[in-house]
Design a protein around this ligand. Structure first.
Ligand SMILES: Cc1cc2nc3c(=O)[nH]c(=O)nc-3n(C[C@H](O)[C@H](O)[C@H](O)COP(=O)(O)OP(=O)(O)OC[C@H]3O[C@@H](n4cnc5c(N)ncnc54)[C@H](O)[C@@H]3O)c2cc1C
Length: 336
């Protein structure tokens, strides 16, 4: 092992909502904790897909915007000062003779740990970018893959390309504030929730289907219009715009983790009721986990994280009490 290399008790892979809460709880159980996240920021699917949407199905919180929940989870996670590593995808897994696990990240950095908690969701997330040579020129200007701030779309003419949940959700979300919203979809049928479709039909959103986004036109700074082509008749339409949103799906995969020897079913990692995987010292929580009656909600993961931590604690110290730790009784928190 490299000299001076710090060994952590628990390394949590994934800094989504579940990874963040798991880091807090790991600190409560006095475990030296590290979180490694692939993206440049914490928040997982919540920050990625729905930072401004209101989440209403977490006990005790009648409604909270996705990013606000993440900010609160980050603050909570920071309580016991875990090490946070961003921009690294964990790819390699190796167990040394003394039982220490070595995780290797995409940049070659090695992380040494006694246990691992996989809070990886379905894997690393990357949007499918617009298939155009000019896509990179306009990204961060008026070419968007999501609305970071709804206010940026106020009184703007918005064109959305896509036909899944995200495209229709954004159309419904932006319609009340934008000057106009046009959605272009290459098929006749949308692949979204019926209720979202009903809402869109009742709104002023202009729907072009089956149309394909064929070309973007712009100057050095901004996209000014797009050409859409009718998939059957070939008729084209030039649509002027202020903002272009692309929702052409995303890639999500566990990548090299699939070769670690984990038991995987339908892209998720099999867990027992203690959140153990089949690999000793490796636990799982949140969307990554698969077991009978798994609740695929944030609330479900917020329970699995502490369970995984308690099991990791017992794995590290068989004498340790395998109990739920009350935050109201915790010596560091009691006088806050
Ligand atoms: C549009 C949409 C709306 C939703 N609405 C709700 C809702 O209203 N209520 C609700 O409860 N749930 C909702 N969900 C589900 C909710 O987002 C998930 O249940 C939740 O995000 C799971 O959290 P997680 O931390 O387990 O995984 P994720 O949020 O997926 O986070 C996993 C993190 O792990 C990282 N990661 C993965 N592999 C690696 C690796 N090898 N190395 C480093 N990092 C890695 C990823 O980059 C990611 O940031 C919604 C989901 C979507 C898509």
């Amino acid at each position: 092992m490299a000299e001076n290399q710090e060994i952590y008790d628990v390394t949590i892979i994934g800094g989504g909502p579940v990874g963040l809460f798991t880091a807090f709880y790991s600190g409560m159980r006095e475990l030296k904790t590290k979180v490694i996240e692939f993206l440049p920021r914490l928040g997982g699917k919540v920050s990625f897909f729905f930072p401004e949407k209101i989440i209403r199905d977490i006990g005790g919180i009648p409604g909270i915007a996705g990013q606000q929940l993440i900010e609160q989870l980050k603050e909570q996670a920071a309580t016991f000062e875990p090490e946070m590593v961003l921009n690294q995808r964990v790819e390699g897994f190796e167990r040394m003779d003394d039982g220490i696990i070595v995780l290797t990240a995409s940049n070659g950095e090695k992380h040494y740990t006694r246990t691992v908690i996989l809070a990886t969701g379905m894997g690393t997330l990357e949007v499918n970018e617009l298939d155009s040579k000019d896509a990179s020129k306009y990204a961060g200007k008026n070419l968007h893959y999501k609305a970071e701030k709804l206010g940026d779309f106020k009184d703007r003419h918005v064109v959305i390309s896509g036909g899944g949940d995200s495209a229709v959700d954004w159309a419904n979300e932006l319609e009340p504030i934008a000057a106009s919203v046009t959605i272009i979809h290459r098929r006749n049928e949308f692949g979204c929730l019926e209720s979202s479709m009903t809402k869109m039909k009742q709104s002023s959103v202009r729907v072009l289907r089956p149309y394909t986004l064929e070309q973007i036109h712009g100057n050095e700074e901004r996209i000014q219009s797009v050409t859409a082509r009718h998939s059957e008749t070939g008729r084209t339409e030039l649509i002027e715009l202020d903002e272009l949103m692309i929702n052409h799906g995303f890639k999500i995969d566990l990548g090299p983790m699939l070769d670690w020897g984990l038991d995987i079913e339908e892209g998720r990692i099999k867990a027992d009721r203690h959140m153990r995987t089949n690999l000793p010292g490796v636990f799982v929580a949140g969307d990554a986990a698969s077991y009978e009656s798994k609740l695929r909600l944030i609330a479900g993961g917020l329970t699995e994280g502490p369970t995984a931590v308690n099991t990791a604690k017992a794995y590290l110290d068989p004498e340790a009490e395998n109990m739920a730790m009350y935050s109201t009784h915790h010596k560091k928190l009691i006088h806050k």
